[in-house]
Design a protein around this ligand. Sequence first.
Ligand code: FAD
Length: 395
Amino acid sequence: MTMEYSEPFDCVVVGGGAAGAAAALGLANAGHRVALIERRPRPVFSDAAPVTRVATLNVASMALLENLGVAEVVLRRRGHPFHRMDVWDANSGAALRFDADEVGVPVLGWTVEHLALEASLWEALENAGVVLLPDTNWRALDWRLDRIDVHLADQRVLGARLLVAADGAESPLRTRSGIAVRRNPYHATAVVATVATRFPHQDTAWQRFDHGSILAFLPLADGRCSIVWSLPDTSAQDVMQLDDDAFAQALRDALGGRLGDIESVSPRAAWPLIGRQAQEYARGRLVLLGDAAHTIHPLAGQGLNLGFADVRELLRVVPGSAAGGPASPSALQTYTRKRRWENEIMLRSMESLRWLFGTSLPVVASARAFGVGQVDRHMVLKRFFAVTALGSRGS
Ligand SMILES: Cc1cc2nc3c(=O)[nH]c(=O)nc-3n(C[C@H](O)[C@H](O)[C@H](O)COP(=O)(O)OP(=O)(O)OC[C@H]3O[C@@H](n4cnc5c(N)ncnc54)[C@H](O)[C@@H]3O)c2cc1C
């Protein structure tokens, strides 16, 4: 081990995306000595930077950010609340509208930019004394009795009493540790862009289902919308090749003109969509969270919310520094049992929803119209679905 890190860290987190950075901050706030390894440069937010990736966060995720002391700065950096959700099925015309007032909550969620989230968390990590290692790759792991040694590409070695894999969907740590993952390719791609619309977004998240195509318009602070258009792979390729005018027209038509003409579009990005579930969330002193543990179809905007739920549970089960080592087997077992089960339920629910709205079988289509109509008419059902989506069930 080099001079710099002669003592093992209580926790080493690999992956400084939103989930990893939040976990590192929570562990540091609980009194642990923490290091964070990230292969990309440090995230830096600027008001002049264009909007890039956006996520919708639910109430439970925002509560976590509040506990970590970063909610205010994240929201100041172009975060935006939404008060309504309008969801409809283009084929049957069935529609579902959630209104915060009706459901009895101040907001249904927020749109936040990944860069704002990550930069704010990293600033707080620095203030909390976490050893930050951006632009850093690891090359080998050495599993010892009392720690895991992480060998970095530049020859430094970090000992970890608890090693947290938050290194994303293709998690190199998960692979290297031999943890198997179940994959469910959706044969779909999400096309993502930022657009300006003729009519105001009305602080509403809009979502239209049309067989295999799911289009969401998410309201941004500057009045524009972030769009996520999940399409079968071949249709997505076609959409990526349209020129800007044709893309704007296709979006307008797909949304049925609800927000009028699309007045400008940003460059587009495409994300292949794959569901994943790791077979184990913990092995020895290694624990998985966020996309390293699971990925899900973005139709309900739940991926990062589930990652933050992992973080909350990890912080709940891992004892503070005064109470002993952070990698107690029973704590990690509790974490695995709870989080794997809850994520599995959400994964399967999303797969069923996708099938339900993707199928054109007449009997399913009419059941779908009936079901959506029932939910929309019954306040108890509506509250149930809203509260589940807000992430506040059981709390
Ligand atoms: C189109 C689309 C829309 C979405 N919309 C939403 C939404 O509205 N709401 C929502 O909750 N979720 C949404 N999601 C899901 C969400 O984006 C992810 O769940 C979330 O970003 C995962 O965060 P993470 O920190 O776990 O992983 P990541 O953000 O992938 O971070 C992993 C980090 O690990 C680093 N890393 C990887 N390998 C190494 C290595 N070897 N060494 C060091 N560092 C490494 C990476 O550089 C990266 O910074 C969406 C996903 C998609 C595809």
